[in-house]
Design a protein around this ligand. Structure first.
Ligand SMILES: [Zn+2]
Ligand SMILES: [Zn+2]
Length: 345
């Protein structure tokens, strides 16, 4: 099969023929029809994850089952599926309690093994992790669900437990940030979107943000306090930097909830977090790490009803060659919306 291959940390990704993945026991092989590119792929390329080289990145995928391993009960060749970026083992106490997103023995395609910037990808513990796609949900729409959209959904619903009428401030209007805007709006929240890219903010406004703030070195928390009458009920850092994390926390009103979604790898030491404010104002600081397959049906129902439109987040579709060229600069990507990769292109 053709795949985007990385041979070393920060090495130039190339597209070349590699061996098809073997089907793991309990798992499946999926023909990739659509796969999203996100900042996590860049983190892997940049050496922020434990990765064995050569490596194939890619973790946001949808496709068709082409091979089924031993001991798989729920899936057959031809099934249309997607998968969370965290695949649980299916056996531990966390998986059995519906929390595969924190499984200690988790597999992540594109990190723990070869991922979906390829024609085929192997997926583990299929009965635990695969999600059937309803007929009305196409592959491109589904590809964005497994990482950013589901993460945003869980951040708001499972972690922050937002309620109608609350203010939600979203730092970063990339894929996960725009997903957060759309979902918060659909849940009846009022949204402030913050980004340094005016085009991304325009998209956030189209998706229902009540207010947008250009973070051009201005005082973001003060502006949020003005817009929301004293601070946001919920803040989501969808970027993952010391600055955006601190801005998100300082944008909250007393007893507000912060959800950290953007990755903050400790490359320059652990980030400084304003814990004085967290204590004094009794803020909740919550982490959010994807969403288990068992929690997908509620979200997919909203997609099927048209209340959530992840397809509106897709900015462009590219082939494997363009994906290989784009990956090293993806942390500075300025294109608005989600970048999809079609391996057959
Ligand atoms: Zn992702
Ligand atoms: Zn597990």
């Amino acid at each position: 099969m053709r795949a985007v291959v990385i041979d070393a940390v920060r090495g130039r990704p190339t597209v070349r023929p590699v061996a098809d993945p073997a089907c793991p026991p309990g798992g499946v092989v999926v023909r990739v029809i659509a796969t999203g590119m996100c900042r996590s792929d860049w983190h892997a390329w940049a050496g922020h994850d434990e990765i064995a080289f050569p490596h194939v990145p890619g973790h946001e995928l949808a496709g068709v089952v082409v091979e089924v391993g031993d001991c798989v009960g729920r899936w057959k060749v031809g099934d249309r599926v997607t998968v969370p970026f965290v695949c649980g083992c299916g056996r531990c106490e966390w998986c059995l309690s519906g929390n595969a997103q924190v499984c200690p023995d988790q597999q992540q395609p594109g990190f723990t093994h070869w991922g979906s910037f390829a024609e085929h990808v192997a997926l583990h513990s299929a009965d635990t992790n695969l999600i059937a796609l309803p007929e009305s949900v196409d592959f491109a729409t589904a590809a964005g669900l497994g990482c950013r959209f589901a993460t945003a959904y869980r951040a708001l619903v499972g972690r922050a437990r937002v309620t109608e009428g609350e203010w939600v401030t979203v730092l970063g209007a990339g894929g996960v940030g725009l997903s957060t805007v759309m979902i918060a709006r659909a849940l009846g929240c009022r949204v402030v979107a913050v980004d340094r890219n005016p085009d991304a903010l325009a998209l956030a406004a189209d998706l229902g943000a009540s207010c947008v703030l250009l973070s051009d070195g201005s005082d973001v928390p003060a502006a949020v306090a003005d817009l929301t009458g004293g601070g946001s009920h919920v803040a989501v850092d969808a970027v993952g930097s010391e600055q955006t994390c601190a801005d998100a926390i300082h944008s909250l009103r007393r007893r507000g909830r912060h959800v950290q979604v953007g990755l903050l790898p400790p490359v320059d030491g652990h980030p400084r977090v304003p814990m004085d404010r967290v204590i004094g104002w009794e803020l909740d600081v919550l982490g959010s790490h994807g969403m288990a397959a068992v929690d997908y049906p509620d979200m997919l129902a909203l997609v099927e009803q048209g209340l959530l439109r992840p397809d509106q987040l897709i900015g462009r579709t590219i082939g494997l060659d363009e994906a290989a060229a784009l990956l090293p600069t993806f942390d500075q990507a300025t294109a608005a919306g989600i970048t999809l990769v079609d391996p057959a292109r």
